[in-house]
Design a protein around this ligand. Structure first.
Ligand SMILES: NC(=O)c1ccc[n+]([C@@H]2O[C@H](COP(=O)([O-])OP(=O)(O)OC[C@H]3O[C@@H](n4cnc5c(N)ncnc54)[C@H](OP(=O)(O)O)[C@@H]3O)[C@@H](O)[C@H]2O)c1
Length: 223
């Protein structure tokens, strides 16, 4: 792995992934909204930025050229299919053979075998329609985006995050194939470690065509 593009580099997860990628000696480039370029000022001399929306295919084509790894933050903002169009652009335009890693939440299910707690189901049942009513976000957009990824024959991994918290790193998260596995009961991951898992997945061939649901390493002690 030599050159990595982070699609959604200016957000919280994106900036943690940027730090981990630089720590590994990767050359880093990224896409972020033009109004967010200032958030990356401290990295200006170490990274190449491509300002633009992450669903803008012209921007994505330029940003992904020459990258052997792509880390994509899938966010379902608005009701115009932002996440779906972002995923499609990355799948269509990344270099042949590039390793593609996407972020989402536990609510995404690859094979329908996840088992969700009543509180998570309630949260989704309430938040989904409210967010869509106010045209703020469309959770189904992230579901559609991940369906596109699951159907692709590219070398992808979809990393499914638990509830997130800030704080110092606790190390590489644990993971399971399915939500409902007792190891995931803690439902907490430090955002810095979510980013660590995303970056580590780039060079882990055992995660290709898998959708690990992750949790803090603390879970091993509490399970
Ligand atoms: N938050 C959680 O508890 C949680 C839990 C599980 C999984 N996840 C997953 O983790 C990933 C990162 O989520 P996060 O909550 O930590 O947020 P985040 O890293 O801060 O990312 C939010 C992203 O959305 C962009 N954004 C903000 N407003 C936007 C708008 N109006 N239109 C388009 N893009 C906009 C941000 O770009 P700017 O920098 O330009 O604002 C940034 O790239 C997502 O894939 C999410 O599904 C989150």
């Amino acid at each position: 792995m030599q050159r990595v593009c982070i699609v959604g580099i200016s957000g919280k997860l994106g900036r943690y992934m940027l730090r981990h990628a630089l720590d590994r000696g990767y050359r880093v480039q990224g896409v972020c909204r033009p109004e967010s370029v200032g958030k990356l000022a401290e990295y200006a001399d170490r990274i190449m930025l491509f300002p633009g929306r992450t669903d803008d295919r012209a921007v994505i084509a330029k940003a992904l050229a020459g990258c052997d790894g792509v880390l994509t933050v899938l966010v379902p903002f608005g009701v115009g299919g932002y996440a779906t169009h972002t995923a499609e652009a990355v799948l269509d335009l990344a270099d042949p053979g590039a390793r593609l890693v996407f972020s989402c939440g536990w609510h995404i299910s690859m094979d329908g075998k996840d088992s969700y707690s009543r509180s998570l189901r309630l949260q989704l049942a309430l938040f989904g329609p409210i967010a869509r009513f106010f045209r703020f976000a469309d959770i189904d957009d992230q579901v559609r985006a991940c369906s596109r990824v699951f159907a692709s024959d590219r070398d992808w991994t979809v990393v499914r995050g638990s509830d997130l918290e800030e704080g110092e790193s606790e190390g590489l998260p644990l993971w399971s194939e399915h939500v409902g596995d007792p190891i995931l009961a803690l439902n907490r991951t430090r955002r810095i470690d979510f980013a660590l898992f995303m970056v580590a997945a780039l060079t882990d061939p055992t995660l290709i065509h898998r959708a690990p649901a992750i949790v803090s390493r603390r879970a091993a002690a509490s399970s």
